[in-house]
Structure formats: C-alpha cells, structure tokens
Ligand binder design. Sequence first.
Ligand code: NAD
Length: 370
Amino acid sequence: MIVGVPKEIKNNENRVALTPAGTAEMVKNGHEVYVQALAGMGSGFTDEDYMFAGAKLLPTIEEVYAVAEMIIKVKEPIEPEYKLIRKGQILYTYFHFASSETLTQAMIEREAVCLAYETVELDDRSLPLLIPMSEVAGRMSVQEGAKYLEKTYGGYGVLLGGVPGVTPAKALIIGGGIVGTEAAKMAAGLGADVTIMDVSLKRLRYLDDIMPANVKTMMSNEFNIREMVQSHILIIGAVLIPGTKAPKLITRDMLPTMRPGTVMVDVAVDQGGCFETTTPTTHDNPNFVIDDVIHYCVANMPGAVPRTSTLALTNATLPNAIELANKGWKLACKENGPLRKGLNVVEGKVVYKGVSDAFDLPYVAVDSVL
Ligand SMILES: NC(=O)c1ccc[n+]([C@@H]2O[C@H](COP(=O)([O-])OP(=O)(O)OC[C@H]3O[C@@H](n4cnc5c(N)ncnc54)[C@H](O)[C@@H]3O)[C@@H](O)[C@H]2O)c1
C-alpha cells in the first residue's frame, strides 16, 4: 500500500504520525511510504532520518495526499486539507467527530474511510490510542505543578520532596485513572506526600496495593475534598466520567480556604474541567490566578513535549497502521474488533452511533460496509 505522512498544519501541532522507526517497519512489510518534507522536524526527526529508513520525501502536502492510499496523521484534517482528500482514501488519525459538525460533513462529502484513534476500543472498554496521551499529561502535570510552586512563578515556594529535616509538600490527586496514576507515581518519585482520591473503591484498593508508601488513598467526596484542599499545596484534577462533562469537584468557595500560592492543575480541562474556576489555557499563556491560587489548565498538555508524545502515540498506533496496510481496511476491520470500532465515517456513511447521534445524521451499521 502507498502510505502518506503529511506535516501537521494545525496551530502549534508538532507531533508526527509516523517515526523513522515506524517507516522502516512499513517498508519492511512491503509498503511505500511518502513523507512530506519537514514533517518530523517538530519532533526532532530530520528528512534524512526518514530517507535513511526508506521513505520518499515529497515537498508539498498536496503531493502527499495525491499519492497516498492511506494517510496517517495526528490531528483531524483542517479546512485547507478537505479538498485534498479522495473517495475511498483511508484516513487514520484523531478526529473527535462529535465535537465538529463541519468536519463530519466534510468527511461525508469526501467519501473517505475515516478511522478515528479515539474510538478504537478494547474488549475491556479501554481506549488504547488515548492512553499514551493520558500518560504524558499525567506525568507532565506534576512537572508543571512543581514549576509553578516556585516563588518566581508566584507559587508557595516549596520543593515537592522537601529536604532532610524539612517535611515534603503535600500533593492531592483527584481521579485515580491513567492520568492520576501517572501523576501519583511522579509526585511520589519526587518525594511528595501524596494522596490520591477516586470514587471507585476497587480502584483505590488496586492503587493502595501498587503505590509506594508515600502515596495514600482516600474516597473522593465533597467533605473530604473540602478538608484536603486546605493543607495540600499541589492539586491535580484527573477525573473522567466517559461521555459527559467532568463534575465540578473544587468549587470557587473552596479557594479562599487554600494557602496563597497553591497550584491547581486541571488535566480534565478537555472535558470542561473539574474545578469550577477552570478556563482552558494554551501553552503560550498556560496559567492564571484566582484568589491567590495558580491555575494551570492547558487542554493539550502533550503538545509541549512533542518528541515524547510522538514516540508514545506511534508506539500505540503503528501495529494497527501496519495491519491496515497489509490487509486493506475492510479485512483488517473484519478481523480486528477493536480497530473496527475506530471506523466513524466510511465512504459517505456515518457508521459510529455517537457521531450520528451528535448531529442527527442517518446511522449505518458498521458491518454493512465491510
Ligand atoms: N489536558 C490534557 O492535555 C489531557 C491529556 C490527556 C487526558 N486528559 C483528560 O484527563 C482526564 C482523565 O483521563 P484518564 O485517561 O485518566 O481517565 P480514566 O478513565 O483512566 O480515569 C478517570 C478516573 O476518574 C475517576 N472519577 C470519576 N469521577 C470521580 C470523582 N467524582 N472523584 C474522583 N475520581 C473520579 C474514575 O473512577 C477513574 O478512575 C480526562 O478528562 C481526559 O480527557 C487531558
């Protein structure tokens, strides 16, 4: 199959969908890989790296779309790309269709085969192509939080781990899923006194078993949160209720009870945020202060570390990409149930229920297009 890797053109997107290592795997499987010049630059991969791995370079995005049977991307196509997409062309990328009717209509009109990373789903209902980004954001939340706790950034002026003779700082992590677990591991590794909260007792039991001694677990409820925010200097919001907005667990009236210089990182900002005072921010201007409490609410945290994020994402996306290239999308999706769930829009038909529901579009069962 002819595989195309365009350079991402969405604002501030520095990731790339295929690494030189992934390119070499594709080529080894007998496929041709066309990479747009400079596609890997933002993630630290040069054109020479791709050529060495067996890719052919093309100077423009138009040429990549024109030649490829399958386009592998990171973000959803944006308006200038719509007209480049051909009938029957496979697009394997993050789409988040339910948040954009314009994108959905454009893909229906282009009659492409749209496989969305975010809806590929394993039998245990986990989302293997979203997990890597949660891992990155979870680990990063502590790194960012620790930075803003420094006095020069307006923070309380404490080192998370303390030093011999000085007690460590207290970190509160609300939500013990992927983000929360990775955040807890990082904070614990730095020596902080960590408490992780969740509403699932089963999850808390598991975390209690695997976490080091400086991580405690606690049931998440309003009473406990109200008490804990008064003594915890770094607070990380990491909750998710699938398919709905995040609940507002830290309310405005709790802020004056916190110490001035407390840092709150709302990783759940992309689901509306779990702090009442959350407003989405960007890497250009990541934080703001309310009632002397520093808020960090960047909606695409992995964007700050594109090399790590690219490697993490492509580790997860490559096996499916190779299967799609080896078998073609129909056979690959027939044989691979989790991958089949990634099909959202196929040759003009909406085959994912959530997308048809979001915009009241006719729904076609996925099996009927295979
Ligand atoms: N900002 C970013 O760049 C970025 C990147 C990746 C993920 N995220 C977001 O981070 C959030 C967490 O993602 P995840 O992958 O860890 O999800 P997850 O499903 O693995 O974990 C969510 C956890 O929240 C718990 N929870 C639900 N309600 C709760 C409550 N009231 N109190 C405490 N815990 C509660 C659940 O039991 C679950 O354990 C999501 O909103 C996700 O979209 C943001």
